[in-house]
Design a protein around this ligand. Structure first.
Ligand code: TRP
Length: 331
């Protein structure tokens, strides 16, 4: 990375395999754009994923699919460090050390923890409680000052800042207090029109799907529920397809809005148009992804190189942290 005064971005995402439109519009697109302004580090957080996994899993399958989507979307390994969390094991060491300055109450009070307890009452593991400490370790290990996240992650970011302040108060000004960078992202709803787009709800539109699969998914999208018949006037403001037309059909959106309200256009034609525009917009991405997918070794190399570059930064920070605490350094 360049020795300029550019800020340093770190963000992480759990390996969820093939990415969907919600991932793209909510995060990936922004990760890609930030590369022009910041030195960026993007991490596939496989250790965090283990907090919800109870059986052996094909992690590589999900990691590879996600990395392929990231790369095809324009993440540039020449400029950006792209790596897998567990490949730089120093993060677990920092996680242990940060745990020593983390009050239990801060963790158990976090809304994200309570939510997980509700979601998986039979697997309330210690890793789940420590999840934000590991996330804080991610961010501070690489001395990031800027963290692009969705608003669901704001409590974790605030937690990270508190841990940094506490650590620095006790041991000296070693760690950097990061800022959250919220971007103006649309809340992308799933094809059910009722929930946020998510793989676990099977309401997603995958970026790497074929045009035919995409059409099928789009045709299944729930639109304005008040519009039962073709002749019923529609309400674009409550329609998920219309919201996406705003992004994928910018020059038709005024016309679609007008026609929908007077039942001039029906939902079927409206969806067909959306599917066609979406497929056209995704075509270059899909072509690049297919090329990259044909060479899996290349993905391994990108991630190995990313881990190597990340580790160099990690070793440096850990050394400073241990020195500040007063641990005896082995060399
Ligand atoms: N907790 C984040 C999420 O669920 C993922 C994550 C892990 C992360 N480490 C991070 C995000 C560091 C930003 C910075 O989305």
């Amino acid at each position: 990375m360049s020795e300029t005064t550019r800020g340093r971005v770190f963000s992480g995402a759990r390996p969820t395999g093939k990415q969907h439109l919600g991932n793209y519009l909510g995060a990936i697109r922004n990760y890609v754009a930030l590369q022009d302004e910041y030195d960026c580090i993007y991490c596939i957080v496989d250790l965090h994923a283990l907090t919800t996994i109870e059986r052996p899993t094909d992690m590589w399958h999900d990691v590879r699919d996600m990395a392929l989507d990231w790369l095809a979307a324009g993440m540039d390994p020449a400029r950006t460090i792209i790596f897998v969390q567990s490949h730089v094991p120093q993060v677990t060491e920092l996680y242990t050390l940060l745990g020593m300055v983390t009050p239990m109450g801060w963790l158990s009070r976090l809304p994200t923890f309570k939510e997980k307890v509700r979601q998986q009452p039979d697997n309330v593991n210690y890793g789940l409680l420590g999840y934000p400490v590991l996330m804080a370790a991610d961010i501070v290990l690489y001395k990031a000052d800027t963290v692009p996240v969705g608003d669901d992650q704001l409590p974790h970011l605030e937690f990270t800042r508190e841990i940094v302040r506490r650590f620095n108060d006790r041991f000296g000004p070693v760690l950097i207090e990061p800022q959250a960078k919220l971007t103006d992202v649309p809340r992308v709803m799933g094809t059910d029109g009722a929930n946020k787009m998510s793989k676990s709800l099977n309401n997603q539109i995958e970026l790497a799907a074929t045009p035919e699969e995409t059409l099928k998914r789009v045709m299944g999208m729930v639109t304005d529920p008040a519009r039962a018949y073709r002749t019923d006037p529609g309400h674009p403001e409550v329609c998920n397809v219309f919201a996406l037309h705003g992004i994928y059909s910018p020059d038709r959106v005024a016309e679609i809005e007008r026609e929908c309200r007077v039942a001039g256009i029906g939902c079927v034609d409206c969806k067909r148009l959306f599917a066609a525009n979406l497929n056209a917009a995704l075509a270059p991405f899909r072509e690049r992804r297919a090329e990259l997918a044909a060479n899996e070794d290349m993905v391994r190399e990108v991630l190995a190189d990313g881990a190597h570059r990340a580790e160099a930064l990690a070793v440096e920070t850990l050394r400073e942290v241990k020195e500040a605490i007063g641990l005896v350094l082995p060399f």
